[in-house]
Design a protein around this ligand. Structure first.
Ligand SMILES: [Cu+2]
Length: 163
């Protein structure tokens, strides 16, 4: 009887360690991804989405990659004496059981040096890499953004420092 109990607890411990090892990418949902359509001459564009964390631990996206751009960076916008500027950041974190929105004028994935024209309706493959090294592939449709977003978009890429 004692042996049976100890075997059961070993099995349970095994299951629990599996649960702990569940990778971050599997626990991160991406909703409503899109890439902003830019004129073909634009040096860069942005990708936006909502990141939803269904786990009880914070998840951080530490890198992004795409075959649609030479360089992909994680960016935020900061207000600098009334001027909105973009700045590269080391990670985009998503709180436990929470969500983080990437949107025009805020956090975004920067696609620098598009490798092809990105027109409304095109699909862009983007890979998000988590803190634990796990990866999530998403497909973001290219969309035209009107109004305020478009005006902000006009400055997107300007003042950007290439590495
Ligand atoms: Cu940017």
């Amino acid at each position: 009887m004692n042996k049976l109990i100890s075997l059961t607890s070993v099995a349970l411990a095994g299951l629990m360690s599996l649960a702990v090892q569940a990778n971050q990418a599997a626990q991160l949902d991406v909703e409503n991804p899109f890439v902003r359509e830019m004129p073909p001459v634009a040096p860069a564009t942005g990708a936006f989405m909502t990141l939803i964390n269904s786990s009880d631990q914070p998840i951080a996206v530490v890198r992004a990659d795409s075959d649609a751009a030479k360089t992909v960076e994680l960016h935020t916008h900061i207000h600098d004496n009334g001027v909105m500027r973009m700045r590269e950041i080391p990670e985009i974190s998503v709180p436990a059981m929470g969500q983080t929105e990437l949107k025009p004028g805020g956090l975004h994935v920067m696609l620098i040096g598009p490798t092809r024209a990105l027109k409304a309706g095109d699909l862009v493959d983007i890979k998000l890499i988590m803190q634990d090294g796990s990866e999530k592939m998403i497909q973001a449709p290219v969309r035209k953004i009107m109004g305020m977003g478009q005006m902000q978009g006009g400055g997107h890429g300007m003042g950007h420092h290439r590495h």
